[in-house]
Design a binder for this molecule. Sequence first.
Ligand code: G6P
Length: 486
Amino acid sequence: MPGDYDLVVVANRLPVDRVEEPDGSTSWRRSPGGLVTALEPVMKREDGAWVGWAGGAGDEAPEPFDAEGVRCVPIPLSEEEVEEYYEGFSNGTLWPLYHDVIVAPGYHRSWWEAYVRVNERFAEAAAVQAAQGATVWVQDYQLQLVPRMLRQRRPDLQIGFFNHIPFPPFEIFAQLPWRKAIIDGLLGADLVGFQRAADANNFARACRRASNLPARAGRIRLDAEGGREVRAASFPISIDFRALDELAQREDVKARAAEIRRDLGDPEHLLLGIDRLDYTKGILHRLKAFEELLDDGRVDVAEASLVQVATPSRERVEQYVQLRQDVEVTVGRINGTHSTIAHTAVHYLHHSYGREEMAALYLAADVMLVTALRDGMNLVAKEYVASRHDERGVLVLSEFTGAADELGGQALMVNPHDIDGLKDAVLRALRMPPREAGRRMRALRRRVGDHDVQRWAASFLEALAQHAPDPRGTAAEVAASAEASA
Ligand code: G6P
């Protein structure tokens, strides 16, 4: 029996976080993040449901509930599934494999089995919620088998998939013992979206090489399914530009930015890094470059400080434990050597912050350092740009981010492996004449302002509706109305 919802989003996480109230009851608060922002208006207008994990472990999940106009359908994960599906196959196998094997992926059959089992659970829940002919939009690498599992249950659905992280070159993807099953899982969708054209090409090539399928110009033909065609294309994700722009213009946020600088001892130059504490982000490379600039005497601790926010992430996964140790030892060494009573070289903050504080930090920073070794997009780069209504500040951006495809012309581009090049770029950013910085920032803001997350969601849904027409026209209306509100 079809369900009630015309648009169903399936993502590993629900768009809300569970909050324990003082009286012991639980409530739900919208979690920060672009995806929720992008989809909320569409979800409210259409009858939208969101299927996802509520965090935590246990065999029972909360009953479906409504939060901020969205029907939330929680999926339970047992303690063992958190270890094997989430920490294991998703973040110990796929995450490093898809990020160019910066650390070695683990290939364990028990992890794969848990991944299959949990993907079945998500697919089943989506199949129950989706109305006849509904649109289902599956998100990210944790759920790559869901499109096929869903099509088997509900051939009437329009199915889209979006991969938020890179899709690796075939020579790397080929390591995966279950590569054909992953490709087959994704090909259950009508449209498979990626951040960059290069990711879509890597996927099409993997279809040819691993599964011997004809793939040309972003279309993969499935003869075994009556010639059904799957489209693969790029849809670079973005942020809610307007909301962040407005937030950063609030008087309290501007005052907080000034206060942050004062509290840091009014350094002449403030450098900033904000990342999840993840080995893909190049935090150690950034610290090394800053340390050498201090060692060489090209930067003085009385003039420049680095604030590094490292949001806790995946804290039980081995490589993340190791990275945290390495970062903390490095920060300790830099500060031990270079800080003075009056000036701290690196302010390291292992916390997550709310939107206001983030906006104030962006506004306080003269130079934003995004030095990822590989990153699907990197929304921090776009958030920095959206916060700089004053048209000041310089973005140093790794060429290995998806954002480089869009912002590369105006940001200072770096190869984070090239420490000398990185040091030169940091110095150039610190010394950039205000007129040049202003010109670059204006162009960056035009780009991000024109390509916000609302436009991203609308263009994906529109492409899906065009590729797999729905007799009721629902998806097209969804896309058109989302575009109108963008
Ligand atoms: C990346 C992934 C998301 C993921 C997020 C946070 O952005 O693309 O799917 O939700 O990291 O990671 P976590 O493991 O905490 O969900």
